[in-house]
Design a protein. Structure first.
Length: 536
């Protein structure tokens, strides 16, 4: 415990137990007189935390309160989060984190995470040595250009890596000291931010072209030097940069893009589970996407792998996937089709979104636009008229940017829809049924992927790992959850899910010869032994 004593120990967030120090510890560490009489159990402290939390009037105040707790007492924060994940996750992650990013410069208290600006060019490897931890296993990095559906938030986007790191710890048990949030602050094209006198970031237009790419490259290389065991998670980069960096680095370093690959796996899992409700065969499904960006094309690409694994050839698989953009159906006749969308631009007459649903009759509709209200009543009614049980996944975050709300989905489909959404919604009473929509968020995937990479020390992160993660996630959904309309397991089981995903990742790493570790026979027990449990 770093020989901490007295006030220094009491105020050290990683080591304090606050009122939880026993009398013997108070004697030993020079804490007598520094604490009130009562020795509180962690459960009693949690009760106090929840009492104060629930008095706050707004979600942003709750965010600030929880962040302050994290800075004060790490173990208490994570124990509270793990034990009350349904209540806490939406406050430290999506959707509140969106609000926190928008307000970041105004609610800022203390720097968390690592900031790199263009002025650090040529010195990134050197300044990385300022980070106090020696054994980093997970780095979540953003350049803030596509923060959820909120657009370019510049350095305010740091809230996202901080939130994702909290999920790594709470949802898969990677130790907080081994996770690092990073902001590649290359400027912002958001003029309102640059003009905000309180803005904390590099107050210039975004770097672009070679200047931008070479800074990202320097960062990736510096990480290999300073933290060779780290996994780099690219987060909330705008496409096409998102794809560009994935294509450039995925075969060279231990990295993945969460918006492309993590999202693909969670969405695919939801589709797999929906087949248990609809009784449709997976390989018979037609899937339609609204939006042609990272999340949608990443999902389509993983779906191709899934269809192929289930017996279709590549061309048959691609034909099951359809894209809608702002102008309607993307067909082979369109001009300037994005390279990643080309395989899914099929021969078809041009038509509107609703007409495309009528003609193609997709079983599954996925929204990844970042634009609220794009699943209109006409869209949902049409999905319900061509399907007995339409499957609709509105991925966009935060809640204010969702393609449709859960309430709209159940009402407009007359209770027929199987619905999931990127941001959480409360249960919806429709007629005599209480629907509990599930949260289709990559939070079910990336923590387990990270833990699996940590455990296996795999050199690379591969598509097969995401495919395996999707299968594992789908397999964890219980019959009861399915009955209540959920295609994902309850959040309260997310650690169990992450553990299972990590075990699957280890198996893929062995199968694909990506690890030089000789993993113990009991991989499940081994992975569990790595999971941090915040207790005193
Ligand atoms: N639930 C999750 O786990 C999860 C994961 C990743 C992304 N997302 C969310 O998905 C959204 C999109 O993320 P992305 O990374 O794919 O962004 P992106 O910018 O790469 O893609 C957005 C796409 O939507 C299209 N679009 C915008 N408005 C449209 C409209 N009215 N009609 C049709 N298409 C339209 C854009 O042209 C673009 O192709 C964001 O809100 C993000 O928060 C959710
Ligand atoms: O951050 C989230 O909640 C999911 C996803 O990574 C997103 O960008 O929306
Ligand atoms: Mg994201």
């Amino acid at each position: 415990m770093k020989n901490l004593r007295g006030k220094a120990l009491l105020t050290d967030p990683a080591h304090t137990k606050s009122t939880g120090f026993t009398y013997a510890e108070r004697e030993l560490y020079g804490l007598r007189g520094l604490l009130p009489y009562d020795v509180a159990s962690i459960d009693k402290q949690i009760e106090r935390v929840l009492g104060s939390l629930r008095c706050k009037n707004s979600t942003i105040e709750k965010y600030i309160f929880l962040n302050a707790l994290l800075e004060r007492n790490q173990r208490l924060f994570y124990r509270t989060m793990i034990d009350h994940i349904d209540e806490i996750m939406p406050l430290v992650y999506t959707p509140t984190v969106g609000e926190a990013c928008s307000e970041f410069a105004h609610i800022f208290r203390n720097a968390q995470g690592f900031y790199i600006s263009p002025e650090d060019r040529g010195e990134i490897a050197t300044i990385l040595k300022n980070w106090p931890e020696e054994d980093i296993r997970v780095i979540v990095v953003t350049d803030g250009e596509r923060i959820l559906g909120l657009g370019d938030l510049g350095a305010n986007g740091m809230g996202i890596p901080i939130g994702k790191v909290a999920l790594y710890v709470a949802c898969s048990g990677i130790h907080p000291a081994q996770c690092m949030p990073v902001m590649l602050d290359v400027g912002t094209n958001n003029i309102a931010l640059r003009e905000d006198p309180l803005y904390l970031g590099y107050p210039y237009p975004r770097l672009n072209g070679d200047a931008y790419r070479s800074l990202v490259d320097e960062f990736v290389k510096a990480v290999q030097l300073r933290y060779p065991s780290a996994l780099i998670q690219f987060e909330d980069f705008l496409s096409p940069h998102a794809f560009e960096f994935l294509d450039l680095y995925a075969q060279k370093v231990r990295c993945f893009n969460d918006d492309i690959q993590g999202t693909a796996a969670v969405t695919l899992a939801g589709i797999y589970t929906s087949c248990r409700i609809t009784k449709k065969k997976f390989t018979d499904l037609n899937i339609m996407f609204l939006g042609t960006g990272s999340a949608a094309s990443g999902t389509a690409e993983l779906a191709v792998d899934a269809f192929r694994a289930a017996g279709l050839n590549r061309s048959q698989a691609q034909k099951r996937l359809w894209f809608i953009d702002r102008k309607g159906l993307v067909t082979a006749r369109n001009e300037n089709i994005k390279p990643r969308i080309k395989p899914f631009a099929h021969e078809h007459a041009a038509c509107s979104f609703v007409d495309a649903i009528n003609e193609i009759k997709p079983d599954v509709l996925i929204g990844a636009t970042g634009v609220a209200g794009t699943f209109t009543e006409a869209v949902i009614s049409k999905m319900s008229s061509v399907n007995e049980r339409p499957v609709i996944i509105a991925l966009s975050n935060p809640t204010s940017h969702t393609e449709c709300t859960a309430e709209q989905a159940y009402h407009w489909s007359n209770g027929k829809v199987i619905f999931a959404s990127g941001s959480p919604f409360n249960a919806v009473q429709f007629k005599d049924h209480l629907f509990k929509p599930a949260q289709g968020n990559n939070a079910y995937i990336f923590p387990g992927i990270g833990l699996g990479i940590y455990a296996s020390a795999a050199r690379l992160v591969t598509q097969s790992m995401f495919l395996a993660a999707a299968e594992v996630l789908a397999s964890t959904v219980s019959e009861q959850e399915i009955h209540s309309g959920s295609v994902y397991p309850a959040l309260s089981r997310v650690r169990e899910v992450s553990h299972a995903i990590a075990v699957a990742v280890c198996h893929v790493a062995i199968r694909e010869e990506l690890t030089s570790l000789s993993l113990p026979e009991d991989i499940s027990g081994y992975v569990r032994s790595l999971m941090y449990e915040p207790n005193y």
